[in-house]
Design a protein around this ligand. Structure first.
Ligand SMILES: [Zn+2]
Ligand SMILES: [Zn+2]
Length: 204
């Protein structure tokens, strides 16, 4: 029996009061009435205004773990990681990405998703084995996709992670990159409170 999922509420807020950039997210809001600010130009936006979800120009979905480049453009951290090795340039403006960016990414803060109402059991999440052992939690969207695929009864499915095609093999409890299938890593379905995890999606 399928339960309807609660709204995920994946809103983020910036650490600094950075002005919203011209991104596709703005386009999505164009049919909404613009907020009128009575104040003179240059005044700060009212703190009550919420920034919309930002679309990632690489995966064309709303950003997961949004990271801001020095040029101001924002992408999913994992999408940036995926393109970084092949082309260390911003996908929007082509400005070079600093070589050490992935070690010190400017991650935008994401409020934790609302916890399940009391009485409900903790949801299952998905984890993968790190290169040096330990468990990493899949980022939220991928974890949900794994759970949906798992519940639908599929043995395995393919998905893009960091720009590479991976196979998630439920029957053998592993994931592997399709171009190097002998480097399989274990995967785990568990309630997060029962897993001593190293972090989420390689972000410490
Ligand atoms: Zn993305
Ligand atoms: Zn840029």
């Amino acid at each position: 029996m399928a339960e309807s999922l609660p709204p995920s509420g994946h809103r983020y807020s910036t650490r600094r009061n950075t002005r919203k950039r011209s991104l596709e997210a703005d386009e999505a809001q164009k049919d909404q009435p613009a907020e009128k600010t009575a104040g003179k130009e240059g005044e700060e936006e009212p703190s009550t205004s919420k920034p919309g979800e930002i679309d990632c120009a690489i995966c064309l979905q709303s950003c997961v773990h949004p990271a801001r480049l020095p040029c101001g453009h924002i992408f999913c951290f994992l999408c940036l990681k995926g393109v970084f090795r092949s082309c260390a340039k911003c996908a929007m403006c082509r400005r070079p990405i600093p070589r050490n960016y992935l070690e010190t990414p400017d991650l935008l803060e994401i409020p934790m998703p609302a916890s399940a109402p009391s009485g409900d059991e903790e949801e299952f999440h998905w984890f993968y084995e790190g290169r040096h052992g330990g468990w990493w939690q899949y980022e939220e969207r991928m974890s949900r996709e794994l759970e949906e695929q798992h519940k639908s009864g599929s043995d395995k499915f393919e998905t893009i992670i960091c720009g590479h095609l991976y196979t998630i093999d439920f029957a053998n409890h592993v994931q592997f990159r399709n171009d190097c299938p002998f480097h399989a890593r274990r995967i785990l379905r568990q309630r997060p409170s029962l897993v001593e995890k190293r972090g989420v999606a390689g972000i410490k």
